[in-house]
Design a protein around this ligand. Structure first.
Ligand code: HEC
Ligand code: HEC
Ligand code: HEC
Ligand code: HEC
Ligand code: HEC
Ligand code: HEC
Ligand code: HEC
Length: 323
């Protein structure tokens, strides 16, 4: 056996400088990136591999090189990164400079990570988000298992404060639910954090009629968290035995959705589309809204039906007697 004395190295700088010369590559770096981020070119030292489906490794001693696939879990979308909440960052603000070496060594790969609270905790600038309350809820969540950090739901390279800025409620629901489905619809990710068997979301929610419609109209956290009026997004995920299953928790005049999903309409004083959309269309949850005219109409229909049945019975009895 030959000892692997090969030293892979990348012509990173050379590659990065030719990047800007090639037309198809200039398309990759949009002017909008440079507007939000001062390190776009530095970041290319990483994104040259991590934003692509394939990358090149080269052996500088022999001059041979080969293409390899980037594992999909490790691909970062430039467009998504430069529109995320941390769009101003350089990769090495959060990651070690040692990642400039490839192959990345073990010490680098198990680097210590900064957590949300290290930067946002007790900071007035971010007071509206109530990071401290969220942190407390997370501690009590069923997800508080080893290696489960805030980053597991808040993808470091794509997370947006979506719900509070959303114009389209349905789109925001989809965004939030996808944060859960990242693991709950992907057993490979799930299994990194637990030894439990696969949970099939479709099966475990079979009791819910028209699942697809429900998953489009409510978030997972509507049923899986406790109501907390001090934060916009409840974070304490309860054990499954405490999840909401009673239809009337939502389909009633005192719907819990008023304290969860729909609280955005009152918190955010937004004009136009969203409020109208939510109040007039989306909050029309069967049972949760009472429209007087409809109530009267339904009484009238009920009355007429009863009258009809009564009259029919009367006719039948009369017919029997005359027979
Ligand atoms: C030559 C291509 C290449 C370059 C350049 C590169 N990486 Fe990587 N990186 C990889 C590959 C391939 C992996 C998958 C694991 C491995 O093979 O080491 C990886 C893995 C990672 C991981 C995950 C480590 C783990 O074990 O979970 C991080 C984080 C990372 N790279 C960050 C960076 C950063 C930050 C930069 C820029 C400073 C960078 N990489 C530059 C190819 C590259
Ligand atoms: C705000 C901090 C932050 C920034 C900025 C950041 N990362 Fe990360 N990155 C992380 C954290 C935290 C993880 C680990 C995520 C986890 O535990 O699931 C990570 C994981 C990774 C991984 C492993 C695969 C994955 O997604 O879990 C790669 C590759 C990576 N980062 C590359 C980059 C590159 C390239 C950049 C620059 C474009 C970058 N990161 C910018 C915080 C950051
Ligand atoms: C390394 C420090 C650091 C870490 C770790 C970090 N952030 Fe940030 N975050 C910042 C900075 C700095 C900004 C402001 C960026 C700007 O203004 O462009 C920011 C912006 C934000 C914003 C947008 C705030 C606003 O009103 O514009 C949100 C939301 C946010 N971060 C959430 C998180 C969450 C959630 C985590 C953990 C999963 C996290 N951050 C981890 C430093 C950090
Ligand atoms: C189980 C998944 C999950 C975990 C773990 C998690 N979050 Fe969240 N978080 C969410 C979801 C879903 C949202 C809603 C995203 C959106 O649309 O704005 C959110 C939103 C937020 C927001 C924005 C709230 C607002 O008012 O706009 C902050 C800040 C935040 N999380 C911080 C944290 C911190 C800090 C931790 C760790 C202590 C954490 N999150 C862990 C799922 C999670
Ligand atoms: C309408 C309320 C509701 C919604 C919406 C909802 N769930 Fe559930 N979920 C429940 C209830 C109730 C249970 C417990 C079912 C049981 O024990 O039979 C449950 C069970 C679970 C379990 C545990 C299953 C097991 O067998 O261990 C997971 C994981 C889960 N839900 C994730 C999700 C995710 C992810 C979403 C969003 C895509 C979601 N839920 C949406 C009410 C809901
Ligand atoms: C990073 C992966 C990941 C994400 C993202 C994630 N979960 Fe989980 N979830 C897990 C794991 C792992 C477990 C099993 C924990 C254990 O070992 O008991 C779990 C368990 C659960 C359970 C079952 C609890 C019980 O009593 O058995 C529910 C309910 C649940 N998650 C809901 C959610 C919701 C709602 C979201 C989104 C807000 C979410 N999860 C996001 C990985 C994830
Ligand atoms: C977490 C809150 C919540 C719970 C719990 C809940 N629902 Fe719903 N349900 C909704 C919302 C929101 C809609 C969508 C309303 C709309 O868009 O018109 C809906 C829609 C429906 C619809 C119409 C679906 C369609 O075809 O469009 C039916 C029927 C329904 N729910 C029955 C039930 C039953 C039965 C249960 C109990 C097993 C239940 N729901 C539990 C919130 C909930």
């Amino acid at each position: 056996m030959k000892t692997p004395t090969r030293f892979f190295s990348l012509l990173l700088l050379a590659a990065a400088s030719t990047l800007f010369a090639q037309p198809e590559d200039t398309l990759k770096l949009k002017p909008s990136y440079f507007e939000v981020n001062d390190y776009v070119e530095d970041n290319e030292a990483c994104l040259i591999c991590h934003a692509e489906m394939k990358f090149i490794i080269e052996d500088t001693t022999t001059g041979r090189s080969t293409h390899e696939h980037m594992c999909p879990d490790r691909i970062i979308d430039r467009e998504v990164f430069y529109t995320s909440v941390h769009k101003t960052f350089s990769c090495t603000d959060c990651h070690s400079y040692d990642f400039n070496t490839f192959p990345h060594n073990v010490e680098t790969r198990v680097e210590e990570q900064l957590l949300c609270m290290d930067c946002h905790g007790y900071d007035e600038t971010f007071a509206q988000y109530h990071f401290e309350d969220i942190e407390m809820e997370f501690q009590e969540s069923i997800h508080n298992v080893e290696e489960f950090t805030c980053w597991k739901c808040h993808d470091p390279h794509s997370y947006k404060a979506f719900m509070r800025n959303a114009d389209d409620l349905e789109e925001a629901i989809l965004y939030d639910n996808n944060m859960c489905l990242k693991c709950h619809a992907n057993f490979l990710r799930f299994t990194l954090l637990t030894d439990r068997d696969e949970i099939n979301i479709l099966d475990t929610h079979e009791w819910l009629p028209n699942q697809a419609a429900h998953f489009r109209s409510v978030r997972c956290i509507e049923c899986h968290t406790e109501i907390n009026d001090s934060i916009l997004i409840a974070h304490k995920i309860l054990p499954k035995t405490e999840a909401v299953q009673r239809c009337t928790e939502c389909h009633s005049s005192d719907s819990r959705l008023m304290h969860t999903l729909y609280k955005f309409q009152s918190r955010e004083e937004r004009k136009g589309g969203f409020i109208n959309g939510v109040i007039i269309n989306t909050t029309f949850v069967i049972g949760a809204n009472q429209i007087p005219a409809l109530n009267i109409l339904s009484f009238v229909i009920l009355g007429l039906t009863l009258l009809g049945i009564g009259f029919h019975t009367f006719l039948r009895i009369r017919k029997q007697k005359t027979d």
